[in-house]
Design a protein around this ligand. Structure first.
Ligand code: MN
Length: 293
């Protein structure tokens, strides 16, 4: 199966600058033969207004509409889309384009944060804290370019969660009410990544046509992957973060689409994070190449 890399150059979803530079750095001198598409954020002044709970919403929606169209086109060409971010708000477009195409998908959100805020629970108003709730059909303002279907929370799984945030209780309440499954970093440390991937994929594949994988690099410990916008200590080892993809291999036919997000080259040291991001991408490229459709 052919793969297309879609560069989603956007950092409007976070107050930290630099994630918009991630995709260019990612493909620079990276010897891949895949098709490349790109979307660039509009040149606006970022909102830093504390009262603003919808920071840069209009520009993000404009960006995501364009990205949605490019991912849709990629799927129509029968290519496997790898969307490289960019902050995680870009996944609203990539994931919804995938479910539009396949109609009924599960999702694995591999992330140290739940990204499950609503406009009611968010304290910062940074939209990269809201995308997973948006693709479960909440925060409708963020998906006006999409007329359904949405991801069913019962086939939505967060893997690697460990963030301690001020509004954690409110966010976790929404997750619980919606029926999303959460496996924490502690669960991975206790049970091993293989068991957790098996459990997560059982939930995401049950009665669905496939699974989207959204891989946020901040799930990895910031000591080995510092090149992200929001660092969460006590994360996964480099080995665990690569094993995650290895463990997905038995399910390769089920995997429809991928994001690799939150690479921020301004925070990286000696290209450590860049190298891991490319290794993750290489693993998926190999996996999909072995699949002849
Ligand atoms: Mn995220």
């Amino acid at each position: 199966m052919e793969v297309t890399i879609i560069k989603a150059c956007c950092d409007l979803g976070t107050h930290v600058d630099g994630a918009n530079l991630g995709p260019d750095r990612f493909v620079e001198n990276y010897y891949i033969t895949q098709d490349i598409k790109e979307v660039r954020q509009p040149d606006i002044k970022k909102s830093h207004d504390e009262e603003d709970k919808h920071k840069n919403e209009e520009a993000i929606n404009q960006f995501n509409q364009e990205l949605y169209e490019k991912v849709t086109k990629t799927l129509e060409e029968n290519h496997f889309p790898v969307t490289v971010g960019g902050d995680h708000s870009i996944a609203i477009a990539s994931t919804l384009a995938a479910i539009k195409h396949y109609q009924n998908l599960g999702i694995i959100w591999f992330d140290s944060h739940a990204d499950y805020n609503t406009f009611e629970t968010t304290i910062t108003g940074n939209i990269h804290g809201l995308p997973l709730a948006a693709i479960n059909g909440l925060n409708k303002e963020l998906s006006m370019f999409h007329n359904g279907p949405y991801y069913d929370p019962h086939h939505t799984v967060i893997v690697g969660y460990r963030a301690k945030e001020e509004n954690q209780e409110a966010e976790l309440n929404v997750i619980k009410q919606m029926g999303v499954t959460v496996f924490t970093t502690d669960d991975i440390k206790q049970e091993g990544i293989q068991i957790i991937v098996q459990k997560a994929m059982a939930i995401a594949t049950r009665n669905t046509n496939g699974v989207h994988i959204s891989y946020d690099l901040d799930v990895i410990d910031p000591i080995v992957a510092p090149g992200v916008s929001i660092k969460e200590p006590n994360g996964l080892t480099k080995q665990e973060s690569l094993q995650f993809v290895e463990c997905l291999k038995p399910y390769q036919e089920k995997i429809t689409s991928l994001d690799i997000v939150e690479f921020n080259p301004l925070n990286d040291q000696n290209d450590q994070t860049l190298k891991i991001a490319r290794e993750v991408c290489d693993q998926f490229l190999t996996m999909k190449k072995e699949l002849v459709h």
